[in-house]
Design a protein around this ligand. Structure first.
Ligand code: FAD
Length: 302
């Protein structure tokens, strides 16, 4: 678009502006066609400026963390992807409080907590997303959830205001937060942790990593659990009982190791993944009358 790049270059470094960027490079599924623009601000000021330019130009905008819960269509995204990633990932620790840029990976946050002898966020060490994405999804594992440790979340509102939200205001629920209801951008997160024994913290993280490696198909690209846990059931178990272990369409397959994961066996398209998801939903419904709702977020599909 004429003049747009010049305007963007006045706000963020050239190296943070990508055009026709394949989203397969930015998702853990390793799938997704090109986004018109992928912009990665280095701080909140740049983020605000970029968003204003996009709003003025009427360009749709999607917030990206580490792309670990995302399926982008083969056609890609007509608009701008705003990435809050490693350029906004500074972590500081003050006493029991850990303050982190939203772009820090949860593994880095857990490691920083361990280094400072703080316990409470070990559960997040193996979740391959940013803390911003984690807050959006209220990410959790092995009995822990971010809502248990979050005390403050800094967000940018659609009007361009910077606001500080309390834990309560975040409306956390199962894989849910206010960020899924309103177009807020998470920019900074504060966690309150407890003093702990460094060795015990490390042992717990190692133990959880082993459990993940044993149970999950980490050897194939995926977006983690494809479906939310339906009340009273486990998605993976229902899928297995519906005889869908190893069910494959194109390059997308219901994992043999964990039926709750749809994996990319190599060369899967977004259409393949979507087709497997729909087939699984329909078969599980036919067998058990249970509605499986995707946890994975779809982008760029009509
Ligand atoms: C192998 C594997 C294992 C997984 N295990 C788990 C698990 O144990 N528990 C679990 O909960 N999840 C798990 N996941 C899923 C995923 O890692 C989490 O949902 C994670 O929180 C997503 O973070 P992300 O940064 O990758 O977000 P993205 O995938 O980039 O985005 C997810 C959503 O968050 C929004 N978003 C991202 N960043 C921001 C921001 N800064 N401000 C506003 N909105 C934002 C996006 O717009 C999108 O709607 C797993 C995924 C994989 C691939």
């Amino acid at each position: 678009m004429k003049g747009l790049i010049e305007k963007l270059e006045n706000c963020i470094p050239k190296s943070c502006i990508l055009e026709q960027e394949p989203m397969s490079k930015h998702t853990t599924f390793r799938i997704g066609g090109p986004a018109d623009y992928l912009l990665e601000p280095e701080n909140v000021e740049q983020l605000l400026a970029v968003r204003e330019i996009l709003q003025e130009a009427g360009i749709p905008c999607f917030l990206l963390g580490n792309g670990s819960n995302l399926l982008v269509s083969d056609e890609g995204y007509r608009g701008a992807i705003l990435k809050v990633g490693s350029r906004m990932s500074t972590i500081t620790v003050e006493g029991n409080r850990l303050i982190t840029g939203a772009g820090a990976l949860m593994s880095q946050v857990a490691k920083a907590a361990w280094e400072h002898g703080l316990t409470g966020v070990e559960f997040a060490s193996g979740i391959p997303g940013t803390i911003g994405g984690g807050i959006t999804m209220n990410a959790g594992a092995y009995g822990g959830e971010l809502r248990q440790v979050v005390t403050r979340v800094q967000v940018v509102t659609p009007q361009g205001e910077i606001r500080e939200l309390t834990n309560e205001a975040m409306k956390f629920g199962y894989r849910h937060s206010i960020v899924k209801e309103q177009p807020l951008i998470v920019t900074e997160v504060e966690l309150e942790l407890q003093p702990g024994d460094k060795e015990q913290i490390k042992n717990l993280m190692d133990d959880l990593a082993t459990r993940r490696r044993e149970k999950q198909p980490l050897e194939y690209p995926s977006a983690g659990s494809t479906f939310k846990r339906p009340e009273g059931y486990f998605a993976g178990e229902l899928i297995m009982k519906a005889d869908l272990r190893g069910f494959q369409m194109g390059g997308a397959r219901v994992s043999d190791k964990h039926c709750g994961f749809v994996v990319n066996m190599g060369g899967a398209t977004a259409a393949d993944v979507r087709a497997v998801i729909q087939a699984v939903q329909s078969r599980v419904w036919d067998c058990f009358q249970v509605k499986l709702e995707p946890e994975v977020i779809f982008l760029g599909f009509s």
